[in-house]
Structures are given as structure tokens and as C-alpha cells.
Ligand binder design. Sequence first.
Ligand code: SF4
Length: 251
Amino acid sequence: MTIRERVDELVKTLPKVYPDAHCELDFRTPLELLVATILSAQCTDKRVNMVTPALFRKYRTAADYARAEPTTLENEIRSTGFFRSKTRSIRAACAAIVAQHGGKVPDTMETLNALPGVGRKTANVVLGNALGKDEGIVVDTHVIRLSQRLRLTRETDPEKIEADLMNIVPRAEWTIWSHWLIWHGRRRCFARKPDCRNCEVLDLCPSGPVFIRTGEAREPATAGPLSALPRRDRLLSPSGRPPSRRVRAAA
Ligand code: SF4
């Protein structure tokens, strides 16, 4: 099977495995997602989601963040780690949004990426999830690991991996593709001891059989609770909700 054929199969299979896949940061507006994404660096989404409700209640606009007293903001986001540099990034990005974009989060890769403290990955998160624009593919630690294990890239640099993925993944799937890989990385394709024996895309993954043979894969006895189910049954949503429209269309 060629890489493109495997990607086509992954695009058909992964929405059945993860019909609920979505951005796990809580947000209602592009500004909230921008702030949450900056906070998520070196921090879990769960921790960020514990901090943001109070933050979003207090700071309603980019101007609110821009004029925030640094020490106060640092204390409010302290538990997410790297709170001093995150405070600098949030205040600087929001000051630029006020000065250059009338207080509105810009909606192109070029303008978002030009904001201080906003890299391509953060810009992709905001564009794809808050603004509905597939301008690139979010490449985080899970996407790097899975893209390499699935042999969709030989690169190690995130921007080069993104370029490889943009060549082979259909553009309409760029945003959801990252969520599928991130969800699979968190639930099955662990950094250490991936659960290859129970992996729903084992047939499409060149690394799986190698990991099983060499003992790098998780042993059957330690596999997760989903492994008790026949593989086909695991295609149901963990939440028990019916498959999304995307899944029904793909089925
Ligand atoms: S077969 Fe193993 S390495 Fe490949 S995607 Fe599945 S869990 Fe990851």
C-alpha cells in the first residue's frame, strides 16, 4: 500500500475510532483559544481547563490582558508552569492585537504568526478550531510521534513534518487529523509501550508488527480496558453517543 492509500484508509478509519475527537481545550472565542493554547505549552489541557474559567470571566477582551498587571496575571496562571514567559506572551500578543488589529484576533496564518509569542502551532490551533480555517496542521508531540510511527514522514522538525502531512492528508481533514492523532496518542499509541496488539490501525501501521516482535509494544496482560472488546466494537464512541455526521458519511 502506498503512503497515500494508507492515509486514505486512516481518514476512513480514525473517525470511526474517535467520532468525538475535538480540541480538548475549553474556549468560546478565538481570543480564549489563543490564551488557552499559550497556557497549554508544557502543561496538560486538563490543568489549563482548571485555570481558564476564572481567567475568562475576569479578562473579556485583548485590551484587558494587555493592561493586566504582570504579577497578578502570573499568579492567576502559575499552576500551568512557565507562568512568567506565558504572561509575557499573552500580554504582548494581546497588545499587538489591540494596536494592529482593532482588538480582534486576526484570521490568517501570516498575521497570527506575526504576533509576539504566537508560533505556527498556536496559529494553527486558533485557525483550525476557533476560526474554521484549514491553513495548516497542528504538529505537537503526539502528532510527531504518530506520524513517524505510521511512517508518514522521515522528518523530525515539526514544520517539515507539517509540510509532509499537508502533502498527503486531504486539506478538508487538516484540523481533525491532528485531533485523531492526538487522541490516538493519548489513548492507544503511548510514547512508551504502545498498545499495538489492540490498535485499531495496526493493519495500516508499519511500526506495529515491529514493536510487537521486539517487545516494545505493551503486553496483552497490561493492555487497557478497551482491549477486552472485539476490535470492531471499539469503533463505538467511548461516550456512547451516536457517531457524528462525519462518521456516518464515512461509514
Ligand atoms: S500499531 Fe502501535 S505504533 Fe502503530 S499506531 Fe498503533 S499503537 Fe501506534
